[in-house]
Design a protein around this ligand. Structure first.
Ligand code: ADP
Ligand code: MG
Length: 398
């Protein structure tokens, strides 16, 4: 794993009695009454928390929650999260109403080995997102070790994700370790052929992913809204489909690069089109090379699905990022769901990055059929772009 130290390298002798500051991602969704609707982010942190507890550490948890923008917002306190964590781990879980200062110090002092303290939302301080060194130092006060387990914010250089590592020995938690193992291995030493399926609305948001992944993959499938910029670059009529005209040259360059390096790019051959962007609008399946001028493409068609399925039959590894259609509307979700089913049935290693792709798979009830679904949409994207995530970069080298 990227040559970074992880808590697997820490034994009881290293942890017993120590105060360990763990940056987790407890930014869980809640309903209108503030009740947690999905606690996956909390359960994902439990292996790290319990490993530290079992080895006698005193565990201090920090997270952001919502977007309070540097102020105290009552509805964005972490109390509901602390309550849920208490139910999940059954041990002593305290909560303090600040993340720095005297109240934290005295709460930490009363922790016994195996106890947990949940700090208040770190984004109540504007210094958090500014990665202010003074604030990072305050966070590190009274702590012995830093563990990063918030993959979803590892791409942000904030005080509690990266800055604090200047003041404490810094280790990856199990969640980070798992994410890096899957993502890094799938890109650097994949079981081949490596197939990338890249979709989503905009080519501009994925251009760096496309470029970086093209160098790694054997086959690249491009679907979703961004496919239309490629189809237009090839000279086809795309009607009213979403298109970024200022990215046509880049699309051409990517296709030329694929040709020069012997990589296969697969674009949709048929599309589901509508006149009006509405779930109940009458739809038609047409050739992706001749979309009627008054229609827009909202999903890949059945021929395209068959072509992709065929590629998946022999794939060793599949990385999927971005839905192939407007999957939020049930009538335009068929292509995305068909590919999700094909991935579920495939023997390939299947890695899902991207928030909307993960949501689509969850909606299709196929989450447990994938090898790995990344917990960090933005972070996994930046990873696929070949960028170094600041939170990861700040960890100790092996
Ligand atoms: P991810 O979060 O998995 O990285 P993106 O955010 O890049 O994915 O893209 C998801 C969005 O792309 C969805 O909201 C979906 O509606 C949109 N999309 C997919 N296909 C099309 C299309 N043909 N036209 C317009 N939008 C599309
Ligand atoms: Mg998205």
């Amino acid at each position: 794993m990227l040559n970074k130290k992880s808590i697997s390298d820490l034994s009881r002798a290293d942890l017993d009695g120590k105060v360990v500051f763990v940056r987790v991602d407890f930014n869980v969704p809640v309903d209108a009454n503030g009740v947690i609707t999905d606690d996956a982010r909390i359960t994902a942190a439990v292996p790290t928390i319990n490993y530290l507890r079992e080895n006698g550490a005193r565990v201090v948890l920090a997270s952001h929650y919502g977007r309070p923008k540097g102020q105290v917002v009552e509805s964005m306190r972490l109390n509901v999260v602390a309550d849920r964590l208490r139910e999940l781990i059954g041990g002593r879980v305290e909560k303090v109403d600040d993340c720095v200062g005297n109240s934290v110090r005295s709460a930490v002092n009363s922790l016994k080995p195996g106890d947990v303290l949940v700090l208040e939302n770190v984004r109540f301080y504007k210094e958090e997102e500014q990665n202010d060194p003074g604030f990072a130092r305050q966070l590190s006060n009274g702590m012995d070790l830093f563990v990063l387990d918030a993959f979803g914010t590892a791409h942000r250089a904030h005080a509690s994700t990266a800055g604090i590592a200047q003041f404490l020995p810094a280790y990856a938690g199990f969640l980070i370790e798992k994410e890096l193992n899957f993502l890094d291995k799938a890109i650097q030493t994949p079981q081949r052929p490596l197939v990338a399926i890249i979709g989503g609305a905009k080519i501009s948001s994925k251009i760096d992913v496309l470029k970086h992944m093209l160098a790694k993959v054997d086959v690249m499938v491009i679907g979703g809204g961004m496919a239309f910029t490629f189809l237009k670059a090839q000279g086809y009529e795309i009607g009213k489909s979403i298109c970024e005209n200022d990215k046509i040259e880049e699309a051409k360059a990517i296709m030329a690069e694929a040709k020069a390096t012997g990589k296969t790019i697969i674009l949709p051959v048929d599309s589901v089109v509508v006149e009006k962007f509405d779930n109940d609008a009458p739809s038609q399946i047409v050739s992706s090379h001749e979309i009627p001028v008054d229609k827009e493409g909202v999903d890949v068609g059945p021929k395209t699905v068959e072509i992709i399925k065929d590629v998946l039959k022999t794939a060793g590894t599949v990385m999927w990022n971005g839905p192939l259609g407007v999957f939020e509307l049930p009538n335009f979700a068929k292509g995305t769901f068909a590919i999700a089913e094909a991935l579920a049935a495939s023997n390939a290693i299947t890695i899902i990055g991207g928030g909307d792709s993960a949501a689509a798979i969850k909606q299709a009830n196929l989450s447990d059929k994938m090898t790995h679904i990344s917990t960090g949409g933005g972070a996994s994207l930046e990873f696929l772009e070949g960028k170094t995530l600041p939170g990861i970069a700040a960890l100790e080298n092996k």
